[in-house]
Design a protein around this ligand. Structure first.
Ligand SMILES: NC(=O)c1ccc[n+]([C@@H]2O[C@H](COP(=O)([O-])OP(=O)(O)OC[C@H]3O[C@@H](n4cnc5c(N)ncnc54)[C@H](OP(=O)(O)O)[C@@H]3O)[C@@H](O)[C@H]2O)c1
Length: 237
């Protein structure tokens, strides 16, 4: 269909399936963008370096494009994890590094100390969770946000405010949610398992929302966070 960005993680346990899918697709490796993530409990230097050796074996490719810290871990100093990730960049295991589920304060901190640029912060972001301060912080640091759960795991679908905007574009609420995130300059990674949803989500790239429509969604004021995590570590906000 044209999808080229694959978002996986050690924690998803599906590196083997990703490897099979990439092989079956027959698309040249350099046309793909593959992201994987270092789990919360494996962020010491030896653990990160060991996972680095696993990447080519498990994914059947020489390198990934992006390697993220999946969740911030307060038991391992960030400079230790970031130093190991930098080594994996130097060894050619990953092209670049980033973080996921980092709040504004933490992303600012790691951006200061990382020996390699932090290119993205992958966080939950959708019209029902407009994280304005985090977005502005990341923009100021030149770190792109990657929006996960962009259609709120299906919860945007019946939202009448979004279906209403969709009518003007002959689009679904899911497509409007994706168009809103793209309009804000984010990278968007919806998950879909049917061809119809995959096609609809890709087609959302062509929807151009007006400034008024964007402002309308900005003003929703919902604060519906769907993904909960290991909060003994760090708060998400
Ligand atoms: N970094 C992290 O901690 C983290 C956490 C969560 C997620 N993620 C990443 O983000 C990706 C997406 O997040 P997610 O799966 O949580 O939520 P999501 O993409 O917001 O929602 C997925 C759900 O929406 C449905 N859907 C997709 N497209 C649709 C469409 N056009 N119309 C109607 N329904 C549609 C899917 O159904 P069907 O399957 O039936 O198509 C599925 O039930 C994940 O696959 C993962 O890669 C990262």
């Amino acid at each position: 269909m044209g999808y080229r960005h694959i978002d996986t993680a050690f924690a998803y346990g599906n590196h083997a399936e990703v490897a099979d899918g990439v092989a079956a697709a027959g698309i040249p490796r350099e046309e793909l963008f593959v992201t994987t993530k270092i789990p919360l409990g494996k962020q010491t230097r030896p653990q990160v370096l060991e996972l680095g050796t696993q990447i080519p074996k498990q994914l059947g490719m020489e390198y990934v494009d992006l390697l993220l810290i999946h969740w911030p871990n307060r038991d391992v100093p960030f400079d230790e994890t970031l130093g190991a990730l930098h080594e994996l960049v130097e060894r050619g295991i990953t092209r670049s590094i980033g973080v996921s589920n980092f709040n504004a304060e933490l992303v600012t901190r790691v951006n200061e100390i990382s020996p390699a640029p932090i290119v993205t912060n992958q966080v939950e972001f959708h019209p029902l969770l407009f994280q304005k301060t985090l977005l502005e912080t990341c923009e100021a640091l030149d770190i792109r946000i990657t929006a996960y759960s962009p259609i709120a795991r299906g919860q945007v679908l019946s939202d009448s405010r979004l279906t209403g905007i969709g009518e003007a574009h002959d689009a679904s609420a899911a497509q409007i949610a994706i168009a809103w995130l793209l309009a804000k300059g984010m990278i968007v990674i919806p998950k879909a398992s049917s061809r119809a949803h995959l096609a609809a989500n890709l087609a959302a790239c062509d929807i151009r929302l007006s400034a008024e429509e964007i402002a309308q969604i900005d003003a929703f004021g919902d604060h519906r966070r769907l993904v909960d995590g290991p909060w003994k570590h760090f708060p998400l906000e």
